[in-house]
Ligand binder design. Structure first.
Ligand SMILES: Nc1nc2c(c(=O)[nH]1)N[C@H]1C(S)=C(S)[C@@H](COP(=O)(O)O)O[C@H]1N2
Ligand SMILES: [Mo]
Length: 254
């Protein structure tokens, strides 16, 4: 009789011990697996693009997922002109050395191999103008509402008989000195807010913000908005991309 109440207590104690052992085992196995995977990733040779292949695979998977949910009608939130800052921040000066002179500048567009268009700023300004006010976001962590004007990329394609080229997967752009270059997917380029832009706050672009012509592509981070366009081409392969080659996400969508 006297030992009867002890039995359930022992059982409870044994059960607690058993569960504690299981918990700690699971805990240590998890840590072990974590350390193993991390050291495997850490030792992985870094190939093209300054990134471990496994991490690169994660970026590519993300890109596929984003593209899946992307619709042609998706647009960046539009703001009023009065919401825009009067002094837009300047960031990034690769390919922007010296002062650009539009007496000699031409937008070179490779329509087909051996068929390159050469377009002046006045010719671009003669096309219908579109204005866009949106929240410009830089991967470095700042954003500001800015007001831009120029010709819609899709309008530009129609006017210059480049509609067949819009069937290709990418558009590549390069500065005149070839130091900065980006690639953008065609659905993002054809989005109605994407501009070949020549105005900021209703005035010609300042030199350091891409005079005479820059890309404004509101569904992408700032790195994709190439300033001072010199060359444009169309491709089914991913065009070379300055920041993607330094490890950033190629798609860089918002
Ligand atoms: N030619 C050129 N274009 C560029 C860059 C650059 O370094 N060179 N930097 C990019 C980055 S990182 C950002 S955030 C935006 C900044 O545009 P802004 O100077 O008009 O603010 O330009 C993009 N376009
Ligand atoms: Mo940026």
């Amino acid at each position: 009789m006297s030992s009867a109440p002890k039995q359930p207590k022992d059982r409870v104690q044994r059960e607690i011990t058993r569960r504690t052992i299981i918990s700690f085992s699971v805990f240590f196995v998890c840590i072990g697996v974590g350390i193993f995977l991390f050291s495997k990733l850490y030792r992985e040779p870094i190939s093209a693009g300054y990134l471990q292949p496994t991490l690169r695979k994660v970026l590519v998977a993300n890109e596929k997922l984003f593209s899946l949910f992307y619709s042609k009608t998706r647009q960046a939130k539009a703001f009023k002109k009065t919401d825009a800052v009067t002094k837009a921040r300047v960031n990034g000066g690769v390919g922007m050395d010296g002062v650009l002179d539009t007496a000699t500048w031409r937008l070179k567009v490779v329509r087909n191999p051996g068929d390159t268009l050469s377009i002046t700023l006045d010719e671009l300004k003669a096309l219908p103008k579109t204005e866009v006010v949106f929240d410009f976001k830089c991967v470095e962590g700042w954003s500001q509402v800015t007001w831009w004007g120029g010709v819609r990329f899709s309008d530009f394609l129609k006017k210059y008989n480049l509609v067949a080229q819009s069937g290709m997967r990418y558009v590549g752009m390069i500065t005149p000195d070839k130091a900065y270059y980006v690639g953008n997917d065609m659905p993002s380029m054809m989005q109605p807010q994407t501009l070949l832009c020549y105005e900021l706050n209703g005035k010609p672009l300042p030199q350091n913000q891409g005079y005479p012509l820059r890309l404004i592509i509101p569904v992408k981070y700032g790195i994709k908005h190439l300033k001072r366009i010199g060359f444009m081409y169309f491709s089914n392969e991913k065009p070379r991309d300055y920041w993607a080659e330094l490890g950033y996400d190629y798609y860089s969508g918002l």
